[in-house]
Structure formats: structure tokens, C-alpha cells
Design a protein around this ligand. Sequence first.
Ligand SMILES: Nc1ncnc2c1ncn2[C@@H]1O[C@H](COP(=O)(O)OP(=O)(O)OP(=O)(O)O)[C@@H](O)[C@H]1O
Length: 372
Amino acid sequence: MAFCPIFCCGKSFDRKQRGKKQLSWRVFSLKELHAATNNFNYDNKLGEGGFGSVYWGQLWDGSQIAVKRLKVWSNKADMEFSVEVEILARVRHKNLLSLRGYCAEGQERLIVYDYMSNLSLHSHLHGQHSAECLLDWSRRMNIAIGSAEGITYLHHHATPHIIHRDIKASNVLLDSNFEAQVADFGFAKLIPDGATHVTTRVKGTLGYLAPEYAMLGKASESCDVYSFGILLLELASGRKPIEKLNSTMKRTITDWALPLACERKFSELADPKLNGNYVEEELKRVIFVAILCSHSQPERRPTMLEVVELLKGESKEKFSELENNELFRSLQAADYNDGASVAEDSSDFISEEKETKHELKENIGLADAHNS
Ligand SMILES: Nc1ncnc2c1ncn2[C@@H]1O[C@H](COP(=O)(O)OP(=O)(O)OP(=O)(O)O)[C@@H](O)[C@H]1O
């Protein structure tokens, strides 16, 4: 087993940090988790991700949990599990889904989290809860700022800093008060202090992937900023990151949003489900920040610290600078995204290790687009 020492002893936490949120984590027995989930009953299943299924459960004290059960046992999964566990064990913030415990018995590897009763942002925007229209504008704004603060913590305050690498609507969970909890650190890797980026395997979800990450496998904090920009556009507009135009062509959400932002057509950008009930100044902030975040050139993107400041409207000067940015003065979509558009069908999720640029381009259906 590849458990790290931090995980085994559980004493390396900063006690003050721990006290801020959930109590400390603990080891669960398999028997206890079987009892809590009705033997991992199909009816308890919340969903399935890249590494396994997630089940709802209830402990003897009445508290509700979500148990992630790894599906296939292999050395690779073992490594991912210990990575996730090590990272989760260290990180505590009000907007990050924290680990409640784990179980490692025989061939079973399970991670226990608090159950988020309002499920994922994805389920409200496009899934099972979308018809209920529970996300009014103030909730959306709160989710935007909360998730930005969670990611800011990963990038700027966790030691060492952490790149999430799979920011997307299904990884933003919502608690009973619709407070955002950024989840799924299974893909995250710890960045050594001082390093600006790590070149490593590409993992992420199509539509949210920064072009330089998709093409070259260069993961950095600015890749998360890019994905967060897509998520903000999705939150404000209710649209999916990639929209199918016809049988062969797809359009990205940024290609759709930029011309409307340039023409200041905010009512067309807002999710129709809001029925016009939004604060225009806030919507404007979200849209401009989102588009800047998802700029094709990483150096043009803001940091997450700046994103939080802008979203909160803390600096009027910085916002007016942003509003007057040349990006929003005229239609410069081609310059903004280097002429990239998504053509042809492609899979939604890239999970395999891709060694070459060519393989990558083929896989995400962006062949040649970014070079034009
Ligand atoms: N703590 C939780 N509370 C409530 N629902 C949860 C919780 N954790 C996960 N889920 C739900 O379980 C499902 C599977 O989650 P999981 O993190 O395994 O995969 P994913 O995020 O959908 O995909 P991927 O593995 O590609 O990131 C998702 O629909 C997610 O919303």
C-alpha cells in the first residue's frame, strides 16, 4: 500500500485549520460503510466518475456521507488514491470538500466525504435539478465567489500549492445552503515550491481544458483559471461549455459569449431561466472576468486572487480597466482564441496518458485549430 505518513498518523494538521470546518478525519471499517450504504446498494448510488462510484450513506449517528468506492484495483488506481487522500488530508477550507475519512481493507479502497445534499452545480444547470430552477442570481453569485475562493486557497495558500486540473460544474458541489464546495482532488498534483509549472499527463474534461494544457500537457495554475472562466460563463448563461451546432460543427461557450460581451448584450448572455432577474452590474463582472480567464494566452489570464477581487467588485479601478480592455472593444474573437473552434466529434473526457502532441490533438478533436 502506498499510503503516505501524513495520512496514517493524521497528526500533521494545523489544529486551527482543522477546527475551522469539519472535525478531523478518521478510519472507517468496511463493515461500517457497508451498513451505512445498505451494502453499496444501487439505490444509494449518487453517480459514477473516472475512478469509481459514489454512494450516499448514513452513519449510526444519523450524519449523511458520500462514499467514493474505487472500481478497478490496479497499481495506477492505488497511486491516484493515495494522491487524492494525501491532498485531501492536508487541505481545509470552507469552499473545498474535505475528507471525512477513509477505509482500506483487503482490496477495497474507499474515501468518505460529507454528503452535499444539493449535489453538483452540473445537476442544477444541465441535469436532474435543472427544471426546478433553484439557482437564482444571488445563489449563482455566491457560488461564483465561493468556488473562486476555494481555488484561490489551493493556488495561493495551500503548502505546497495545488493545481486542481479538473475544474468543472460536476466538481462544484452544493451544500444544504447552496454554498459551493470544490471537489475531486483526484487529479491534483502537488507543485514543488518555486516551480512554475509541471509537465505531466493531461487529465481533464473537454470544454474546460486550457489550450496549452491540451496541446502540450503543461499544467499550471493558469490552466485552472481557464477552466474556471468556462465554469463562470456556464453559471451565468446556463449553457454548456461546448454546444453542437450541427452534425459536424461545435461551438465553444467563449466563441458564443465574446461577441455578445463586446456589444454589451447582457440580457442575451444571461440564463433565460433567470427570467431577467439578475443584477446587471454583477452579471457584467462575471462575464468580463470569465472571458478574461479563458483567454487563449495564459499570461493574459488573471490570477485567482485577482478573480476573487474582481468578482466581489472590491476594486472599481481594476474593473473599469477590465471593462475597457481592448478585448471587449471590438470583435477580436479570432485573436482571443487563436482561431480555435471545435470540429468533429470527440470524447468528453480524456483519461489516458497521451505522450505526443499529435495524439492529443487527435483525441480532443482540435486538430490544427490552435495552430491556425
Ligand atoms: N460529497 C458528495 N455529495 C453529494 N454528491 C456527490 C459527492 N461527491 C460526489 N458526488 C456526486 O457523485 C457523482 C460522481 O462523482 P465523482 O467525483 O466520482 O465523479 P465526477 O466528478 O462526476 O467525474 P470525474 O471523475 O470525471 O471527475 C457526481 O455526480 C457527483 O456530483
